[in-house]
Design a protein around this ligand. Structure first.
Ligand code: NI
Length: 242
């Protein structure tokens, strides 16, 4: 159920019996030489909308930009500073709270967002707030990780992963028509977080982090989609009913 396709009277009616809102959050950033710039928000949005449909809850429009400063040495990336993103997340929650939403499930597609979204939750909770705030990082779901481990072993990696490239192949197949299938050698360079843009590019020169996205297929993407949607829907249903 897309909030963007609802009218305000429909939302008003919804709020008489329900108070949960899913908010997808991702990033606009490089995903290696064969991954899509939109990967992190495209995946978060699609998983959110499918899970929201299953449970019968609204899904807000995605937050398409995130804390991606370390990717800024790669063309096509855009980033919000942590302080900006914190404010964006905080103000979006506060806006929906005013109408009666009380439970917020953020479905996240980007690791760099985690500290900031968590900090924004703390800021919301700094008052007498009684909202329920939950962050679901889809690629960290046990069920997803078990599948990826079984299929990709230690080649899944940490950025431009096999799993996320496969998922975007399933969601945006037409985007891959122009991308040649390429196998990559796994390298595990020493590094230390946090990294600035030039430091990141010097260590992870083509944008991947320890992944071989050449293993990604549409079929794997379809399987991961199904596993992630079921797991997220179950978590959302539990929160909705609690
Ligand atoms: Ni990603």
């Amino acid at each position: 159920m897309k909030l963007s396709n609802a009218t305000w009277p429909e939302v008003e009616t919804y709020l008489k019996t329900k108070n949960l809102l899913i908010i997808p959050i991702g990033s606009t950033e490089q995903h290696g030489p064969t991954g899509l710039i939109g990967t992190d928000y495209v995946t978060a949005q699609a998983l959110s909308e499918a899970a929201g449909e299953k449970v019968g809850v609204y899904v807000a429009p995605p937050i398409c930009y995130g804390m991606a400063l370390h990717h800024m040495a790669f063309p096509g990336s855009a980033a919000l500073k942590p302080s900006t993103l914190l404010q964006v997340v905080y103000e979006i929650i506060e806006s929906f709270k005013k109408h009666g939403f009380k439970k917020f499930v953020f479905v996240n597609g980007h690791g760099g967002n985690i500290p900031t979204v968590t900090a924004a939750f703390s800021e919301v909770k700094s008052s007498t707030d009684t909202s329920v705030l939950e962050l679901i990082n889809w690629w960290r779901l046990e069920e997803v990780q078990a599948y990826e481990k079984e299929c990709f072993g230690d080649q899944n990696g940490f950025h431009a992963t096999v799993g996320e490239v496969a998922l975007t192949m399933h969601l945006s197949p037409e985007a891959f028509d122009k991308i040649p299938n390429t196998q990559f050698k796994i390298e595990r360079p020493k590094h230390h977080w946090p990294m600035g843009p030039s430091e990141f590019r010097a260590v992870f020169y083509d944008g991947r982090m320890e992944s071989n996205p050449g293993l990604a297929t549409k079929q794997h993407g379809q399987n991961i989609f199904k596993i992630a949607v079921e797991t997220i829907a179950h978590k959302v249903r539990t929160i909705a009913e609690s």
